[in-house]
Write a protein that binds this ligand. Structure first.
Ligand code: MRU
Length: 361
């Protein structure tokens, strides 16, 4: 019997071989292939090409990546070390623009360097190792906490619709939007999950349905344009999605197509839940309109996955990778510090106050 994908590490550090180890998600579900990446350009490309993807997993990969870059720096004087570290950080930061976890994790790593400038470079590198490992470990704890809060919102037997993949494959363990389902399964609960195909890169059909089915969950794949019908049939009691960046007012940026699902959920009176760690909430951005939206190459729409090109040569293509769901469509935002509800400008501040208080304990 095939090994459950939940038993693989999505993203980890092989310190002995100075490598970032990931599941190559572009090969799923057909091949479970692990990649061991040692070169910065390969780590950059793995993020850009979505070999490792999902906001939290991108953050962890970048933290490990920049640690590996620091480990390779020959300079022993702080100014040269910092300059080379900063160049490596800035390079990885250009791999994708939308998921704020990439910048959050890289900034955390830079803060370690800046806060310890009086130490010998070798010591700083050790601290960078510890920070990368902590960012990875923290992700597991955070996702489990999100799962626990999410589980309070659903009951055994519920139908759940999800978009893209915000599961274990998008994090270190459990996922965000799929964490309540995985935790429920651990406790013997059953859900009926509908996974949107998620055009154009097919994270729903290739990754979410694979992850859920592999873990024994009753999973039904639907094309993106079928969500309305499934909701109308009364088969969906809740929508659970992840997020790439949440603005301070609760506007949610997630995989393209999410806002359509949110609008449908509102129409049918179905709760629309967004699950995300506080590392995905960007309190420096007031409004969803200010979130940078990645636009990806045309061929992902016109030919990728098809045996031959499906669009006439020369036709224009628009391929935004993310969209923003207005906060009025969001029933709740589920974080590791609790469940935020409207008005989000107030409730998200309360979540961060809880985070601040927990960091002082
Ligand atoms: O382009 P992707 O596959 O990286 O987009 C992923 C998503 O949109 C996820 O929903 C989001 O990152 C949350 S993952 C826990």
């Amino acid at each position: 019997m095939a090994k459950n994908i939940m038993h693989y590490d999505t993203v980890s550090l092989d310190d002995e071989n100075s490598a970032l180890v990931i599941i190559d998600q572009t090969q799923l579900p057909g091949n479970v292939e692990m990649l061991s990446l040692t070169e910065q350009k390969d780590i950059w490309e793995a993020i850009y090409l979505l070999k490792v993807r999902g906001a939290p997993a991108i953050g962890v990969a970048a933290a490990i990546g920049v640690y590996l870059a620091a480990k390779n720096i020959k300079a022993k004087d702080y100014p040269t070390f910092y300059e080379e570290f900063k160049a490596a950080k800035d390079y990885l930061a250009t791999s994708r623009p939308t998921a704020v976890n990439l910048f959050w994790a890289l900034d955390r790593m830079e803060n370690v360097v800046k806060a310890n400038k009086e130490l010998p470079v070798d010591e700083i590198v050790k601290l960078l190792h510890d920070e990368a490992v902590e960012i990875r470990e923290e992700d597991i704890r955070v996702c489990r906490a999100i799962g626990e809060y999410g589980l309070t919102l659903i009951k055994d037997g519920d139908g759940i619709l999800t978009h893209c993949n915000a599961g274990q494959l998008a994090t270190v363990k459990y996922g965000t939007a799929l964490a309540p389902i995985h935790l429920g399964v651990e406790r013997g609960m059953n859900f009926k999950v509908f996974t949107d195909e998620t055009r154009p890169l097919l994270q729903g059909i290739r990754l979410s349905s694979f992850e859920l089915h592999s873990n024994g969950v009753d999973t039904t794949v639907i094309c993106d344009n079928m969500a309305s019908q499934v909701m109308k049939n009364g088969w969906v009691q809740a929508v659970f999605v992840g997020c790439d960046r949440v603005a301070a007012n609760g506007d949610v940026c997630n995989k393209i197509g999410t806002s359509g699902v949110a609008i449908l959920a509102k129409h049918y009176g179905i709760p629309f839940y967004v699950c995300g760690p506080t590392s995905t909430i960007d309190m420096s951005i007031a409004h969803g309109d200010d979130i940078p939206i990645e636009v990806r190459p045309d061929h992902e729409v016109t030919e990728m996955w098809y045996s031959k090109r499906m669009a006439p040569e020369g036709v224009k293509v628009y391929n935004p990778a993310f969209d923003v769901s207005d906060n009025s469509l969001v029933t709740a935002i589920i974080t590791e510090f609790g469940i935020a509800r409207a008005p989000y400008d107030k409730s998200l501040k309360e979540i961060f106050a809880k985070k601040e208080a927990a960091s002082k304990k």
